[in-house]
Design a protein around this ligand. Structure first.
Ligand code: TXE
Length: 482
């Protein structure tokens, strides 16, 4: 596989120091290729290119910018299989998931914001004999920093609205998953996308990500990643008065009410628990089940979890692949140890997990889905983000108790409520301190809706008009009528 390179001013080039990092296929332990270990000089060069390209892109009519988004969507759609293959190799996720979620949603991100841009009209307000015109201008050069769990999905979720609003970009994907960002740059290069508008600088977070957040000419930072890193980004950006959007961690509750016909809902509840090996910030990692149905639910849930096909991500029938790295596997295993120390009982899965694939070396990062019961909801295992295939089961007596437990973490990103009465579910959902709640479904996404969390899950919202507002500066011009 060709080395991954930076993409600056329309050219592919190594880090100015020539230093490189390796990217691994976590499902096999094999080195896939290298990527630049860039530094501040590379970020400076990328930002210079973005500054030079920004004025022309900003003055490009929005209909033309929309046309470019549509062309990017078409080009990515044509290469969906390639994108899925690259994503699966870089992350260890099943090829079926990479195609159905990552590749498909990356196309949808461009297509959605193209259509959203066509529909959008800026506001006017008439009062006191004057007309107020709200004008929307680009921020200028924006910094996009993204994580390893949904690499292209989350990068394009930021790139599309940033371009639509006329900004130039300096982007940095996770050093663990550079392949599909690199592929996006190749697609842009191939279709003749204006050089310098989209720049990609690969490298370590504290070296390249930090340099992007610190750079005086990068006026907005859209970050998706862990809460700990989000705190560093916020502390760096705040005194520079940059716009920041922080999509951070979560410890989401899946709440099964007394009247839930859970047999019909089990597929959705298991999907909410273990999609992408639990490496989705929206996954439900705490299952709160009404005491009256707890035993019956537990039996059916554990049986369904044991039916999850864990295996070689390259095989179509595999439902769960590896986690992102050996280091992350060790982190998740340490939480399984902690769960046992805190008095939890492992109902299925657990630490011991050899590579469930014939011929795959022990250097692969596989874990079986693990279900705990018997833990206090105040246990660390039930409060801290594990970001792996581990869930804890808890019984509750009353809905008041379920709401108190669900809200008792430092996070507030998402949750799901399962019930036989959707009105009851809707009323219950309004009492959860999160940015998103699904009732009798999970990860059902309308891209016009606000996406994001509260407390340690972040600041701001992405999606539809919220993304448009983040990636633009508004000027109100008040014209007195004659
Ligand atoms: O995050 P990290 P990861 C969260 C999820 C989990 C985490 C996993 O909950 O906690 O993301 O992704 C760069 N200055 N979400 O481990 O380490 C780093 O190189 C600037 C929530 O990758 O925070 C990478 O590119 N950048 C989300 C990016 O930050 C720095 C959905 C994220 O890295 C940096 C998906 C620094 N000092 C995952 N240090 C949601 N809420 O939507 C590192 N980076």
């Amino acid at each position: 596989m060709d080395p991954v390179l930076n993409f600056v001013d329309g050219s592919f080039l190594p880090a100015n120091t020539g230093l490189t990092l390796e990217t691994i296929n976590p499902a096999t332990g094999a080195v896939l290729t290298t990527l630049p270990r860039s530094d501040q000089t590379d970020v400076d060069n990328a930002t210079k290119a973005a500054m030079a390209a920004a004025p022309k892109w900003a003055s490009t009519p929005i209909d033309e910018r929309i046309h470019w988004l549509q062309r990017l969507a078409d080009a990515l759609e044509e290469e969906a299989e390639t994108v899925a293959q690259l994503e699966s190799m870089d992350t260890g996720k099943p090829i079926s998931l990479a195609l159905r979620v990552d590749a498909t949603r990356s196309v949808a991100n461009f297509r959605f914001f193209a259509e959203h841009g066509l529909r959008h009209e800026d506001a006017t307000f008439i009062s006191n004999g004057a007309t107020n015109h709200v004008h929307r201008k680009p921020v200028g050069v924006v910094g996009l920093i993204t994580p390893w769990n949904l690499p292209l999905y989350l990068l394009t979720w930021k790139v599309a609205p940033a371009l639509l609003m006329g900004n130039a970009i300096v982007a940095k994907p996770s050093e663990l998953t550079p392949l599909t960002a690199n592929h996006l740059a190749k697609v842009m290069h191939r279709i003749g996308f204006p050089p310098g508008v989209f720049n990609l600088v690969h490298g370590l977070g504290h070296e390249v990500g930090q340099a992007i957040v610190e750079h005086a000419d990068i006026r907005a930072i859209s970050f998706t990643g862990g809460t700990a890193t989000g705190k560093i980004v916020a502390a760096t950006a705040a005194p520079l008065f940059k716009k920041i959007s922080l999509e951070l961690g979560g410890k989401n509750a899946t709440i099964v009410l007394k009247d839930a016909p859970f047999d019909d809902m089990m597929e959705g509840i298991v999907r909410a628990s273990f999609t992408n090996s639990g490496q989705v910030c929206l996954c439900g990692s705490r299952l709160l089940v009404h005491a009256s149905i707890y035993e019956a639910f537990r039996e059916k849930f554990v049986a369904a979890v044991e039916g999850i096909v864990v295996g070689d991500p390259q095989i179509e029938t595999t439902v769960m692949g590896s986690v992102i790295s050996k280091e992350h596997q060790a982190k998740v295993e340490s939480y399984i140890d902690l769960g046992i120390e805190e008095g939890g009982v492992v109902l299925t899965g657990g630490k011991a997990c050899d590579a469930p694939v014939q011929g795959v070396p022990a250097s692969a990062a596989f874990l079986r889905p693990t279900v705990f019961e018997g833990l206090s909801h105040e246990a660390r295992t039930a409060r801290e983000e594990i970001f792996g295939p581990v869930v804890t089961l808890h019984a509750f007596q009353t809905e008041e108790e379920a709401i108190a437990i669900a809200n008792a973490t430092q996070y507030g990103l998402a949750g799901s409520v399962w019930t036989g009465d959707v009105e009851r579910g809707h009323a219950f959902a309004q009492r959860l301190e999160t940015g998103i709640v699904w009732v009798n479904t999970w990860l059902n996404r309308d891209l016009r809706t606000p996406f994001g969390g509260v407390k340690d899950s972040g600041v701001g919202r992405e999606g539809g008009d919220w993304s448009m507002n983040f990636f633009s500066e508004l000027t109100n011009i008040c014209v007195q009528q004659p």
